[in-house]
Design a binder for this molecule. Sequence first.
Ligand code: CA
Length: 557
Amino acid sequence: MNVSYPLFTIAITGFFFSAQAGVWIRINQAGYAPERNKTAIVLSDTDIAGQIWNLKKNDATVLSGKIPAGKPGDNIFAAQAFTYTIDFSKLKEKGDYALEVPGAQTQQVLIKDDPYSLFATQTLMHLRAMRSKHSGDSAAIVHKVKGDWRQGAWQEGVPHKTVDMQGGHYDAGDYIKFTLNEAYLAWHLLSAYVENPSLFVKVQSTSNLPDILDEAKYSLDYLLKTFPDENTFVIQVGDSKDHEQGWRLPEMDALNGKRPALCALSRVHMGSTAAALALGANVFKNLDANSATKYREKAKAIYARARQSDTQTSAFERNVINDFYFDQTDEDNMALAAAELGDLKAYAPPAASEVSWSDWNAFANYRLAEQGDEAAKSRLLLEAKRYERENIWNLPGDYVWGSLHRWIGMANVHLRAQRLQGKELSLPFLGVLDYVFGRNNWGIAMLASANLPYSIRNVYNGIYRLTKVFPTGALSEGPGDKATHLEMQKYFTIPKNNSFEKFNTNAGVFYDNADDFMIQESTIGGQGDLLLMLALASAKNLSPKADPGTVPRRTQR
Ligand SMILES: [Ca+2]
């Protein structure tokens, strides 16, 4: 008995281990353009170095190799004990392939000229679904700062006054409209179009414009309303009361007609809005001269007003959720406005180490660098360098709340910085691009699409929840940092025996859960980031067909 007991234990442990041990292939499900660097990541519980991988077409091997020496998992970027990179860049022939690795489920690998136009269309479909349906915003009630603006308190203006703020997009899973985020979206839509007009088709647009410009125009026409007179600038429509309501469709919202317009002469918001409108004027110059003139005049007026001494750095609503969107720095936002309006020497934003709704430094430095400002170029290159990190996915930053949106922003900055130096390849860019489409710990594409073999199905959003429509084109926030996610866990339930759990690390966690607003709440800023990424990632001579892809009704949640 004394002898057999430990043996029995070892036998059981061994059995348990082999039953649990696994090998998983992680690839970009949307596909790879022929000339780019192409890799898959393999995660494994046991050491499989030296085993043979095969890339097959119609059951015939076209490329094979040995699994190279791996890197030990660090439980930060990978939960499994062993990680490997399979490089099949050599294969440039277009086609539909199968990647086989012993012990792993075989994965389809697509090599094609245009992997992304369909997903750009779908990303825009989600934005269209986020267009505001609050008719009562045509008379939003003017609210002014109460006391010191740094306290974030507001009160109704005296005398009672309303402004027409109909239009715009809901920021995320709630129905608040943030001017900063709307400007971020508009600037990204316009930048994506300028980078690569050939990527974008007309599927949902009811105007003559392709979907992306139809959406940009809708956004710009809202931004035109933010500055109705010399002393009024609207930074937000709707407030924290929005979060006190239960799930409801916008059309059924008890707050419709009662929503406030928070007004302040905030340089953060005025700079951002002027930047978006000024870029809009340039893009629409030859498409819609009347609108272009309006955008330019309004951009100039907002910028000039923002530079007067009675304005304030920023403005925000103090609230457990809404002050998440407090941008404390105005120089980056004002610099981008200056760059878009050609006032080149007005501002010099420092290099940052973050790209987000509040960190526009890289956008401004890039636009200044494009116009010959060498100092701005140096600052941009310094920032881009910070996004070169050592990890298996080439991720440029840490896990935070909204990781994926930040990473896409950083990746875009890195690629644009590379291009200013005449270089194309950017590992942080390709790493994040592939991560979006499933080359990540969980092997799941972070964009909801029935045209990807395995994508997210759930987002935190009342409209999809109540209409039971599949959230086509909505982008996940990506994995959250584990510590914050644990703090937030009181607000939602994680399904038991979750298949994602074994891929979660000590630092980052992911769940495809419609109640999880830390991971699955799409934002308009994130949609904008992704559209710019897809434009940067794609060939410039495409002619995609007008295709919405597969848009299923939801069968389960
Ligand atoms: Ca800022």
